[in-house]
Design a protein around this ligand. Structure first.
Ligand code: S3P
Length: 188
């Protein structure tokens, strides 16, 4: 991990790493772990929105609707595109908007975490914090929404890392290895 650590520390000096993917793909957990390993800031865009609006995501959706939430999301990304040194855990719908993808790319790279609908269901089944899954916590709904979003997720991604049956450490190692390979190819 030492060589990887040097490389990442250097990369993160003036770039961000943004984690994207479906709800329950592991973005928050992996972002927290990466930020700890590399001693950089961990940012959760959902949490920033909650702080700014002074209400939960469920309340924002119920009171103002999804478009309002999506506008807040873009405003946060505008702020983050001016900084480096952050591992950002994005909301599951963030990269559905091209403008958001451009903002994330401006100063960093986009990592897509994937998992099967079955794995996602297992990870989200006990949480009621996601308005989009309210009344839809089943493999069919998750699979259908994932299919609808897949192209946008994949088009936005600089690298794609599957997470099924992997430990958090394994996912983090895969991310760093893939980023180093990408850099070696001169694309990051
Ligand atoms: C959403 C995912 C959520 C949150 C909001 C909408 C989505 O974030 O941003 O509920 O559209 O997929 P997580 O992916 O962190 O659960």
């Amino acid at each position: 991990m030492e060589k990887r650590k040097d490389w990442m520390t250097n990369y993160l000096k003036d770039h961000n790493i943004a984690l994207t993917g479906f709800m329950g793909a592991g973005k928050s957990t992996v972002a927290k772990t990466l930020s700890k390993i590399f001693g950089v800031k961990y940012i959760e865009t959902d949490e920033m929105i909650v702080q700014k609006e002074g209400m939960t995501i469920n309340e924002i959706f119920a009171k103002f609707g999804e478009p309002h939430f999506r506008n807040s999301e873009t405003k946060i990304l505008e702020e983050l595109s001016e900084t480096g040194g952050c591992v950002i855990s994005c909301g599951g719908g963030t990269v559905m908007k091209d403008e958001n993808v451009e903002l994330l790319r401006k100063n960093g790279c986009i990592v897509l975490l994937t998992a099967t609908p079955e794995t996602i269901l297992e990870r989200v089944k006990d949480s009621d914090e996601r308005p989009i899954l309210k009344g839809h916590k089943d493999v069919d709904f998750i699979g259908a929404l994932m299919k609808k979003r897949r192209e946008s997720y994949e088009n936005a991604a600089d690298i794609i890392v599957p997470t099924d049956e992997k430990t958090i450490d394994e996912v983090c190692t895969d991310i760093v290895d893939a980023l180093m390979d990408l850099e070696a190819g001169g694309d990051v």
